[in-house]
Design a protein around this ligand. Structure first.
Ligand code: C2O
Ligand code: CU
Length: 426
């Protein structure tokens, strides 16, 4: 691929992780519990996939198709996934993007496990503690393997719904060897819904780009970000939203009495059509959904009370063609080191080089402020924060999940060109 030197995850481990620490991660497994077990099988193999635009693509897929099978469980279930690798020579893993789980199950090749080679097997096991919209992907040479198709949807249904709806669909956006797809379709994907019906659409961005998504034909709410419910989310009308790579947006919309609802990212040519009938005729002026629209504050939930044990800084930038964190890249970036129980504040600045959706494994963080302005509305919990040039965010991480965790830009090209580091417990 153009001779660029793409670092593999394992190389990072060699630089940043002591042998002893790596051993301790492997020992942190899912404890015993009597939660019901849901078992799934994922088999990685090379195959050819015929797209609906006539193209046929060489893909690497789980269970013969990309996106792979949707894994759907209920909050509290014990999830067991048997991963087999048929013929991917460099090995594969499965990382459960956004899921808080024990370190040994995080699926990062060279850090939490060895890549699973052809003919080998790995069994993942964890409890799906927190309901929401997630996804999974290989984390061995992920910049190559994700774009070749080793990914899928992962949904944890809540025991008790916060929001009420009649129908639900999950919508995965991906870039397969450069072609944009919605749920595997290059032409657009559609679902039928009756007039007046309430729909929950779980939008997952599994590509490397930010998508500017517009919703035409109905007002809607954004009810969850990265799987976490927003508090009293407001009604949006003529609002676009920018979904960064790796992020998830859950929308709730009510079908109009007639016409279709169209969810689209025009630049990428992505389109989702909901309903039947005629398309909306006009495309009104747009405003972009921002933190100001994030619902209502939770009473007595003041972030001012937090006392931080550590204040850490991250500056995301680009130097020539190398992506950097605090001016360094990949192998030279020292890990962030935290102690269990600490309250950690991380200030993240995007100083250049495009959008950087910043992802932390094994944790959910809370966004405190953007460009010096504290968030006013609903608390916002994320695992992937979209940062755009010039923006600075402060986030709060509770260090409550010991282990070795990757932290990287989810533009996986950027990650492989240096924008990756570790968040390690001492
Ligand atoms: Cu979705 Cu480290 O990745
Ligand atoms: Cu980036």
């Amino acid at each position: 691929d153009g001779g660029a030197k793409h670092a593999h995850e394992g190389e990072l481990a060699k630089e940043g992780v002591s042998e002893q620490a790596a051993r301790s991660c492997k020992e942190i497994t899912a404890g015993v519990s009597d939660a019901p077990v849901q078992e799934f099988r994922l088999t990685a193999a090379q195959t050819i996939q015929e797209l609906d635009n006539g193209q046929s693509e060489k893909v690497w897929a789980f269970n013969g198709i990309t996106p792979g099978p949707e894994i759907r469980v209920t909050e509290g279930d014990r999830v067991r996934v048997v991963l087999d690798n048929q013929d991917i020579q460099e090995g594969v893993t499965v990382h459960w993007h956004g899921i808080v789980l024990p370190c040994s199950q995080d699926g990062v090749a060279g850090v939490t496990q060895d890549a699973v080679k052809p003919g080998e097997q790995f069994i993942y096991e964890f409890v799906a503690v927190s309901p929401g919209t997630y996804w999974y992907h290989s984390h061995q040479a992920s910049s190559e393997q994700v774009k070749k198709g080793l990914l899928g949807r992962f949904i944890v249904e809540p025991k008790k719904e916060t929001f009420d709806y009649d129908q639900e669909e999950s919508i995965l956006l991906q870039q397969l060897n450069g072609t944009f797809l919605v749920n595997g379709s290059a032409k657009g994907w559609s679902v039928e819904a009756a007039p007046g019906e309430k729909l929950r659409l779980r939008v997952i961005n599994a590509a490397n780009d930010t998508f500017d998504m517009s919703v035409n034909g109905a007002s809607y709410r954004i009810i969850a970000l990265d799987g976490h419910d927003l508090n009293e989310p407001g009604m949006l009308d003529h609002h676009d939203f920018n979904i960064g790579a790796g992020q998830r947006y859950d929308l709730l919309l009510q079908m109009p009495e007639q016409g279709k609802v169209i969810l689209a990212s025009e630049a990428a040519g992505l389109k989702v059509i909901v309903g039947v009938g005629s398309e909306p005729l006009t495309r009104p002026e747009r405003t972009v959904f921002t933190f100001a629209n994030y619902g209502a504050p939770v009473p007595n939930d003041s972030v001012e009370r937090f006392i931080f044990d550590q204040n850490l800084q991250i500056k995301l930038d680009q130097n020539l063609f190398i992506n950097t964190i605090n001016g360094q890249s990949f192998h030279e970036i020292p890990p962030m080191v935290v102690a269990e129980g600490e309250n950690v504040k991380i200030t993240i600045t995007n100083a250049g080089g495009g959008d950087h959706p910043f992802h932390l494994h094994g944790h959910t963080f809370r966004v405190l402020s953007r460009n010096g302005q504290p968030l006013q509305g609903s608390p916002v919990y994320l695992d992937t924060l979209l940062t755009q040039q010039g923006e600075t965010f402060e986030v709060y991480v509770k260090a409550d999940n010991p282990g070795l965790w990757m932290m990287h830009c989810h533009n996986l090209m950027h990650a492989s060109m240096g924008m990756s580091m570790m968040f390690n417990y001492e």
